[in-house]
Design a protein around this ligand. Structure first.
Ligand SMILES: [Zn+2]
Length: 131
């Protein structure tokens, strides 16, 4: 499935929020620096794509959405590790990888991950394979 950079940013934000507390639309809009109507429109789009659902006012990922989120995170942190090992500092690596993590084919990511000796953590100390 192909998503846009904006959709990717929403998915990552929602995926990270559900770890502890689910997010309301107003919080999501604020954290992404967009207006509530803008966030609402995007959530409606992600709902139609079957990636997101709302439960009692909270925005959460569907099972498919979570699977998608995991792939983006794995790609992101694998690419970050790669750049880091070649001398790019972690925050810059993070910024650059956010531009491409949702575009790189998963097969390529899995190969890179293997070549990097299946690291557990990214340069920021976060799990590469999130549950
Ligand atoms: Zn990062």
């Amino acid at each position: 499935m192909h998503i846009t950079k904006k959709e990717r940013d929403y998915m990552v934000q929602i995926g990270q929020s559900t770890d502890k507390f689910p997010m309301r639309l107003s919080e999501l809009a604020r954290s992404l620096g967009v207006s509530e109507p803008t966030a609402f429109e995007m959530i409606e789009r992600l709902k139609k794509a079957g990636l997101v659902e709302t439960k009692t006012g909270m925005i959460v990922l569907t099972k498919n959405g979570h699977e998608f989120y995991r792939k983006i995170i794995m790609a992101h942190r694998t690419l970050e590790t790669l750049l880091f090992r070649f001398g790019i500092e972690p925050d810059l690596a993070c910024k650059e990888c956010s531009k491409i993590d949702y575009l790189v084919d998963q097969e390529v990511i899995i190969k890179l991950f293997g070549k990097l000796n299946a690291p557990e953590l990214c340069p920021h100390g976060k799990l590469i394979n999130v549950t």
